[in-house]
Design a protein around this ligand. Structure first.
Ligand code: IVH
Length: 681
C-alpha cells in the first residue's frame, strides 16, 4: 500500500513536470508569435502541444495553474467590477503644443534642478487608448486594473488575461528571479485594421458601431463577461512601472528594455535623445509617420531619462514634472458653413457636402466635408452661414461636428434639399424608411462615373493605373461609358492621351488583362450592387460558388444565407433581374471576362448553408455532438481545424489555441449564446 501511494506521488510529479514544461514551451512560442512577431514553431506543432496541455489538465484539474495558457479565457461573467486602489497614483501628463513648448519644458527643468548640463530624454509615441496597471507577484500576473480616477480603478484581471500580448508569467533568464511585486503600466488599444474589421462585423450583425478605436478598446475592456472581451482584438504596449527604484534599471531607456526582456510588448518607435532638440526632431518625425502607423496616436511623450533626475523633479498634483505630452496640432477647428452642395454617389444616393471657409485642421486645409445624408444634416441642426465645429475623424476624413449656436446672428438660412438630381435633372425619390434620397435614373452620368471608379478601385477589381483621375478622364473623352468598355481599351488609344505614355498605357492594359479572371467575391463587390460590400460578397460567393447560380437565385434563396437580410436580398434580385445588367454581364463574357468558380467542400442549402463553424472550449448548454448535428441539419459545416474557410469560431469555456489563431486570421468569433441564437435555440 505504502509503495503504491509512493508510486502515485512520483507519477503525479512526472505529470506536474510535463505540465510545467508544456506551459513554458507554449508561453515562449506565444511570446515569439505575438510580441516579437517572429515565430519559430509551426502552427500545427503549437496546436499539438496545446492539445496535450488541455488533455492533461482535464485529467488533472487540480494541477491547473493561473499562468497556464489554457486560462486566458475562463472566468465567469461579473455582476459588477471590483475596485482597486493603485499603490502609487496613476498620474496624467501636462500637454505641450509644438517645439516652443518643449523648449520651455526644458527651461523649467533647468530652473527647478538649478543645473545647465544637457538632459537626456526618452521619447515614446502617445497611444490613444486606455491606461491600465498590471500587477505581478513573484512573476505571476495576479491583478489588472483600469486607471480610473488615477487613485482608484476597476479590477479587470480576467479581461486583461484574454490579451495575448500580456504575459501571464514574467520570463526571467536562468539564475534571475522575478521581482517580488511589479506594477507595470501601459496602454491598451485596438489597431486601425482590427477596428475597421470589428465595426464591419458589428454593422453586418446590426449592432451599434464604435465611434473610434479608443471607444472600441474601452468598451471591450470594460465588459463584465470576459468571453466577450476575448472576441475583441485588444493589444497592449507597456511604458512604465509604478516604482522603478527596486529594479535593475537606472533610467527609462533601460527600464523599457528590461520590460521587453520580461516578455512585454514595448513600442519599437521609442528613442533615446541626448537633447531637447533631438526630442523635437522626433516629434516632427513621428508626426510625419503618423498617417502610416497601424494604430492611433495623439502625440509624443517626452520623459527625462535618468531616474535620479526624475526623483529630484517629483510631481505636481496631477502630473510628474519629468514628463510632458507633446500633442499633435488640434484636429478640431471652427469655421463658417458657406454653402451645401449635393453630390450624386455610385448608387444614386444624394450626399450633402458642406462647403466651408477654408480652415486648417490637424495640419491640413479643409474646404469641404461630407454631411452624409439629409437625416444627419437635420440631426445636427445646421443652417447656412453657421459657425461650425469641424474635425478630422481618424485624422483623415473631415467632418462637421455641430453648429456653434451661440454665434448665430439671425441671418442664417435653412438648408433646402433638392428635388431634382443636380447631375441629370431626374426627380429624386426617398423610399420608405431610408435616410437616403436618391436619383432613380440608371443612366445618370454621375452614377456611371462613380460606379466605374468603384469597379476599378481598391474595394473592387483593384486595377492599377485606372484610378479615379484616369477613369474620369476616359469617361470625359467618351472612351468608356460602362464596365465592359474597360475591356475594349487598347494601348494605342490610351498612349496618345494627355498624361499617358506607352509605358503607363501598357501597364494599365496589363492590369486590365489580369482582372479578366476575378474571384466571384471580388467581382460581386466590384459591381457595386447596393448593400453588397466586400463581406456580403464573400458570403454570397461561398454560398453560390458560381456567378451563373447566383444570377438565377430568387429572394428566398438569398434569405437562407446567414447574415443576409431582406434589404440585401431585394437589392440583389432587383439588380440581377435588370435587363441592362444581364446585357452587361453577357458583354463582359463575350469580352473574355471569366469569373472564377469558388471552391466549396460540399453542397448545402439550409439556413446555415455557407457557414463553417469551429468550436474551441467546452460548450455549457449542449454537447458538441448535439451542436454538430444541429449545424449539419441546417446545412452548415463543422471544421475540425482552423483555416480561412471557417466563418464562425464558437467560443466555449477554457478555449484552446484556436482562439488566438482565429484572431490572427481575423475570423469572426462568437459566444455560445450567439451560437445558440443562430441555431434557433
Ligand atoms: S506616461 C506619470 N507614456 O497618456 C506618467 N503615458 O495623460 C504618466 N499614454 O494616462 C504616463 N502613451 O494613458 C505615458 N508612452 C506613454 C503613454 C502614455 C499613452 C497615456 C496614458 C496616460 C496619459 C497621460
Amino acid at each position: 500500500m505504502a509503495q503504491l501511494s509512493l508510486l502515485n506521488i512520483s507519477g503525479k510529479d512526472a505529470i506536474r513536470q510535463r505540465l510545467q514544461a508544456l506551459r513554458q514551451e507554449l508561453n515562449l512560442h506565444a511570446h515569439r508569435y505575438y510580441v516579437l512577431d517572429d515565430p519559430i514553431l509551426a502552427d500545427a506543432e503549437y496546436d499539438r502541444l496545446f492539445q496535450e496541455l488541455v488533455a492533461l489538465e482535464q485529467q488533472h484539474p487540480e494541477l491547473i495553474t493561473p499562468d497556464s495558457p489554457s486560462q486566458r479565457v475562463g472566468g465567469a461573467p461579473l455582476a459588477q467590477f471590483a475596485t482597486v486602489a493603485h499603490s502609487v497614483p496613476m498620474l496624467s501628463l501636462e500637454n505641450a503644443f509644438g517645439a516652443d513648448d518643449l523648449v520651455d519644458f526644458e527651461e523649467r527643468l533647468f530652473r527647478f534642478l538649478q543645473i545647465r548640463e544637457p538632459i537626456a530624454y526618452v521619447t515614446e509615441p502617445k497611444l490613444d487608448g486606455l491606461a491600465v496597471e498590471l500587477v505581478y507577484e513573484d512573476g505571476l500576473f495576479t491583478l489588472g486594473s483600469t486607471r480610473g480616477d488615477g487613485l482608484i480603478g476597476e479590477e479587470i484581471t480576467q479581461n486583461l488575461k484574454t490579451i495575448p500580448t500580456i504575459p501571464l508569467r514574467l520570463s526571467t533568464r536562468a539564475g534571475e528571479t522575478a521581482p517580488r511585486r511589479l506594477e507595470v503600466r501601459g496602454e491598451v488599444f485596438i489597431g486601425l485594421a482590427d477596428f475597421k474589421r470589428l465595426n464591419e462585423e458589428r454593422g453586418q450583425a446590426g449592432e451599434a458601431l464604435f465611434a473610434n478605436p479608443r471607444n472600441a478598446a474601452a468598451g471591450s475592456l470594460r465588459q463584465l463577461d470576459p468571453k466577450i472581451t476575448a472576441t475583441r482584438p485588444l493589444d497592449l504596449y507597456v511604458y512604465g512601472v509604478s516604482d522603478p527604484t527596486t529594479l535593475p534599471c537606472r533610467n527609462q531607456h533601460e527600464l523599457l528594455k528590461y520590460l521587453g526582456s520580461l516578455g512585454f510588448k514595448v513600442n519599437p518607435l521609442v528613442h533615446l535623445c541626448q537633447s531637447i532638440a533631438e526630442a523635437i526632431g522626433q516629434f516632427a518625425q513621428l508626426q510625419s509617420q503618423r498617417p502610416t502607423l497601424p494604430y492611433d496616436i495623439d502625440g509624443l511623450v517626452v520623459k527625462v531619462n535618468d531616474f535620479a533626475l526624475q526623483e529630484r523633479l517629483g510631481a505636481k498634483a496631477r502630473s510628474p514634472r519629468w514628463a510632458i505630452a507633446a500633442k499633435f496640432p488640434a484636429s478640431q477647428a471652427t469655421t463658417r458653413l458657406i454653402a451645401v452642395e449635393f453630390g450624386v454617389g455610385r448608387t444614386g444616393a444624394i450626399t450633402p457636402v458642406a462647403i466651408l471657409e477654408p480652415v486648417r485642421v490637424g495640419g491640413v486645409m479643409v474646404h469641404r466635408a461630407t454631411l452624409h445624408n439629409e437625416d444627419e444634416l437635420r440631426r445636427k441642426g445646421l443652417m447656412l452661414g453657421d459657425t461650425v465645429l469641424v474635425q478630422r475623424a481618424g485624422d483623415v476624413i473631415p467632418e462637421v461636428v455641430k453648429p456653434v449656436i451661440e454665434n448665430r446672428t439671425g441671418q442664417e438660412q435653412p438648408i433646402v434639399m433638392p428635388t431634382a438630381c443636380p447631375e441629370c435633372g431626374f426627380a429624386l425619390i426617398r423610399a420608405g424608411q431610408e435616410a437616403i434620397t436618391r436619383c432613380p435614373n440608371p443612366d445618370c452620368p454621375a452614377q456611371r462615373v462613380r460606379g466605374l471608379i468603384h469597379f476599378t478601385g481598391k474595394g473592387g477589381m483593384d486595377i492599377e493605373g485606372l484610378g479615379k483621375k484616369a477613369v474620369q478622364q476616359l469617361v470625359g473623352l467618351g472612351l468608356i461609358q460602362d464596365i465592359p468598355d474597360i475591356y475594349r481599351l487598347t494601348t494605342e488609344a490610351l498612349s496618345t492621351l494627355d498624361g499617358w505614355g506607352d509605358k503607363s498605357a501598357e501597364n494599365a492594359l496589363r492590369a486590365i488583362a489580369a482582372s479578366r479572371t476575378p474571384t466571384l467575391a471580388k467581382f460581386l463587390a466590384a459591381l457595386g450592387i447596393r448593400h453588397v460590400g466586400e463581406v456580403t460578397a464573400q458570403l454570397l460567393a461561398r454560398h453560390f460558388t458560381s456567378l451563373a447560380r447566383l444570377v438565377l437565385a430568387g429572394e428566398a434563396d438569398f434569405l437562407h444565407i446567414e447574415g443576409i437580410g431582406e434589404q440585401v436580398a431585394t437589392s440583389l434580385v432587383d439588380y440581377f433581374q435588370d435587363p441592362a445588367v444581364q446585357e452587361m454581364l453577357a458583354r463582359l463574357e463575350a469580352l473574355g471576362v471569366s469569373v472564377q468558380e469558388e471552391n466549396r467542400d460540399s453542397e448545402a442549402d439550409g439556413a446555415l448553408a455557407g457557414s463553417v463553424f469551429l468550436f474551441t472550449g467546452a460548450l455549457a448548454r449542449l454537447s458538441r455532438h448535439e451542436a454538430k448535428a444541429r449545424i449539419k441539419e441546417l446545412g452548415g459545416q463543422v471544421a475540425s481545424g482552423i483555416n480561412r474557410k471557417v466563418t464562425h469560431v464558437v467560443l466555449g469555456d477554457s478555449p484552446g489555441s484556436k482562439l488566438t489563431k482565429a484572431r490572427e486570421l481575423g475570423l469572426t468569433v462568437i459566444t455560445e449564446d450567439e451560437f445558440l441564437r443562430r441555431i434557433g435555440r
